[in-house]
Design a protein around this ligand. Structure first.
Ligand SMILES: *Cc1c(COP(=O)(O)O)cnc(C)c1O
Length: 379
């Protein structure tokens, strides 16, 4: 129950153990087409350039920036946690100019500040932001942010690593131009693959570049020789065959459950966890309107030894929860409810483990967490 990797369903692990076949085998090519079709369904897009990058979420991030940013380009980058800072690094390493819009960690991106940044920089080419900040547990309004980008003739780059599969995400409906995700958060796959999608407009911008994409591996023009179209597939790199079996199975499972049902499941267990935590006397960091169900930042109460408590959870309950990052280190826990780990059983285990472990540290804890959570499940 940390910030990822999340629990992997045994069906996904079993898929991963199937025999390794050739990455140009006709059976494998059929599976690639299915993966692309399912990614499009989960992302709600018809984008032709939709594929899994053969590397973790950070490589998907780099794929978006390295293809779209040219030297001298202005990119408005929103930062309200760890991952916005990495976007800035990407922009600057590819010769772009990052215009930072900063919000306090634990709060959502302020739309008015983004509009002001465009007013001051009408030539900005791209707006980049994180939909679901895993470092704090905040959801920002991706739909409204994309609208601001469109109104200013800019492309949008969206980090959906933690949002995909856990909360509403609508690439075409919201007009997202480039998006990257990861497998080990709400898709509940082992880490190592990054789904990406580029709109037709973003593809045109890549094709019209004045300079070559400075990464050979992540150049979409080249990698689409392997992942693109439905015709001939040419060797680009050896695809991680077994990791793609896992992604395929996890997408099958997500679509079997239904996207809306998966989002509702994340919300239900979040509500139960929240009720239990509050009954204990604990407080969540993020305002209710901006909370991510899949990542719950909980303020650590006075008198708790943070590191000792997390070790005790791991030793006594085989339960991992996340530590705070950056300015929030030692101040919050990050409790993940992602994908296959988002279950009633985990919510009840976590409440019980936290209650007992805090009591064992001599901290005053109110009783009744399990009852409060159970009430949410009873509806
Ligand atoms: C986990 C995460 C990443 C990085 O993904 P990796 O697979 O660790 O490279 C990027 N952005 C967000 C919001 C994340 O939660």
């Amino acid at each position: 129950m940390g910030p990822g990797p999340s629990d992997v369903n045994p069906r996904v692990l079993a898929a991963m153990a199937r025999p390794t076949i050739g990455h140009l085998d006709p059976e494998f090519i059929t599976m690639m087409d299915e993966v692309k079709a399912m990614l499009k369904a989960v992302l709600k897009t018809n984008n032709e350039l939709t594929m899994p990058v053969s590397a973790p979420g950070s490589a998907g991030m780099e794929a978006c920036f390295v293809n779209l940013v040219e030297p001298g380009d202005k990119v408005i980058v929103c930062q309200n946690g760890v991952f916005g800072g990495r976007m800035r690094e990407n922009v600057e390493r590819f010769g772009g100019i990052a215009i930072m819009v900063e919000d306090e960690w634990g709060t959502a991106i302020d739309l008015a500040k983004v509009e002001a940044a465009f007013a001051a920089n009408p030539d900005a080419k791209i707006l980049a932001f994180v939909h679901a900040e895993t470092s704090t547990g905040v959801r920002s309004d991706a739909q409204a942010l994309c609208k601001i980008a469109q109104a200013n003739n800019a492309l949008s780059i969206v980090d959906a690593v933690t949002s995909m599969g856990g909360i509403e995400l609508d690439v075409d409906g919201w007009g997202i131009d480039a998006l990257y995700s990861g497998t080990q958060k709400c898709l509940s796959c082992p880490p190592g693959i990054s789904p990406v999608t580029f709109s037709a407009k973003a593809v045109e911008v890549v094709k019209a570049r004045k300079s070559k994409v400075p990464s050979w591996f992540l150049d979409t023009n080249l990698v689409m020789g392997y992942w693109g179209g439905s015709g001939k597939r040419a060797y680009h790199h050896t695809a991680p065959v077994n990791a793609l079996y896992a992604l395929h199975e996890s997408l099958v499972m997500l679509l079997e459950e239904g996207l809306e049902n998966a989002w509702a499941r994340h919300n239900l267990h979040h509500q139960a966890l929240k009720a239990g935590l509050e009954a204990m006397g604990l407080e969540l960091l993020v305002d209710e309107a901006d909370r991510l169900p899949q990542l719950n930042s909980v303020k650590i109460p006075e008198g708790v030894d943070d590191a000792a408590l997390r070790s005790a959870l791991l030793d006594n309950y085989s339960l991992e929860i996340g530590a705070g990052l950056g300015a929030l280190a030692g101040k919050v826990w990050r409790i993940g409810l992602m994908g296959a780990g988002c279950t009633r059983r985990n919510v009840m285990l976590c409440l019980d483990a936290l209650e007992n472990t805090m009591r064992a540290q001599g901290v005053q804890v109110n009783a009744g967490a399990a009852d409060a959570a159970a009430k949410v499940y009873q509806g």
